[in-house]
Unconditional design. Structure first.
Length: 146
């Protein structure tokens, strides 16, 4: 009888630890537009119109402007990110591939491999001005949590 109780306790403890470790923090900023870390740019992340789904390739748009609203053209934007609580990146290699219109950049190769909290990190360079921006997204079975 003791081994059965011990096994049940072990399963309950493991489930509790996983739930605690994988639970999305309640205070995440889920806005998709805000100033870059040092305020040198305003960055807006635009998901696909149909919304991203688990295990499907999709593209986003990155809108980049100066603090006074002027589109920033010919910037170099690099991308990184992943699931902070799981310690892994994206299952693909998303990257900004081109500027589709003044200040609007295509972020292609996106794929979320599971639901949960993902961070999206951008490094931006326009001329001699550099800054970074971080966005948090929470993907649920119903799509992006807002």
């Amino acid at each position: 009888m003791l081994p059965r109780i011990t096994a049940a306790v072990a399963v309950a403890l493991a489930s509790t630890l996983c739930f605690t470790a994988c639970a999305t923090p309640g205070d995440l900023d889920l806005t998709l537009q805000h100033p870059s870390q040092q305020g040198k740019f305003v960055v807006r992340m635009e998901p696909p119109a149909t919304g991203p789904a688990v295990n499907q390739m999709h593209a986003w748009q990155v809108r980049l402007s100066s603090p006074d609203g002027i589109p920033v053209s010919q910037a170099k934007v690099s991308f990184d990110g992943g699931m902070p609580q799981h310690g892994h990146g994206f299952p693909t290699r998303p990257r900004v591939t081109r500027e589709v219109s003044p200040g609007v950049y295509a972020l292609e190769g996106m794929k979320f491999s599971m639901t949960g909290w993902w961070d999206m990190r951008l490094a931006i360079q326009s001329g001699d001005v550099t800054d970074t921006a971080v966005f948090n997204v929470v993907l649920t079975d119903a799509g992006l949590k807002r």
